[in-house]
Design a protein. Structure first.
Length: 66
């Protein structure tokens, strides 16, 4: 009985170690990807660079001047 409990604990420890190590590797991999500079604008910056945004701004400018 004592040997079976030890094997169960050891197996649980090994599985926990494998899961923990894989989580640590995944976190490190994600961190590396974030350090790379983005080539495309994100959020509002992407919208402000769109041609449709420039058209709206120009139309509003014309309405204010009229």
């Amino acid at each position: 009985m004592d040997g079976e409990q030890r094997r169960g604990r050891l197996g649980s420890f090994v599985v926990g170690g494998v899961v923990g190590a894989s989580a640590a590797l995944a976190a490190a991999r994600r961190r590396r990807r974030r350090d790379v500079a983005r080539r495309t604008p994100q959020g509002l910056e992407a919208f402000e660079g769109a041609p449709c945004y420039h058209e709206v701004v120009e139309r509003e400018r014309e309405q204010l001047e009229a």
